[in-house]
Design a protein around this ligand. Sequence first.
Ligand code: 5GP
Ligand code: ZN
Length: 112
Amino acid sequence: MSDCIFCKIIAGDIPAKKLYEDDEVMAFWDIAPQAPVHFLVIPKKHLAAPVDVEEVDDRVIGKLIRIGAQLAKENGVGDGFRVIFNNGKKAGQEVFHIHMHILGGRERPWPL
Ligand code: 5GP
Ligand code: ZN
């Protein structure tokens, strides 16, 4: 997707502070962190939002969680972090390439 900011990060056309990369997943620090530890984990395949995930994507979406948890541990918040997918403008989604937020290091009562 030529007009997608996260596809541009994957392509290396826009810089990002990378935490992890393999052939199907990338993780990088959020540019506007909402917690001491705040990074995004994305599939390299362009899917706009959670609602666009199909059965063929099940494995890689599961992998986002596994990699996100591993990176949370490596960054000192393995004992407490939030995992968030926003779906749609009404829910605050701003970038329409599916991404999983991992937030840690700040106590925050559910569901705020
Ligand atoms: P959303 O609101 O769509 O769930 O979250 C999008 C997230 O992407 C936001 O937390 C925002 O700060 C982050 N973001 C937007 N543009 C960029 C960028 O160019 N680089 C990085 N690293 N993060 C970005
Ligand atoms: Zn994209």
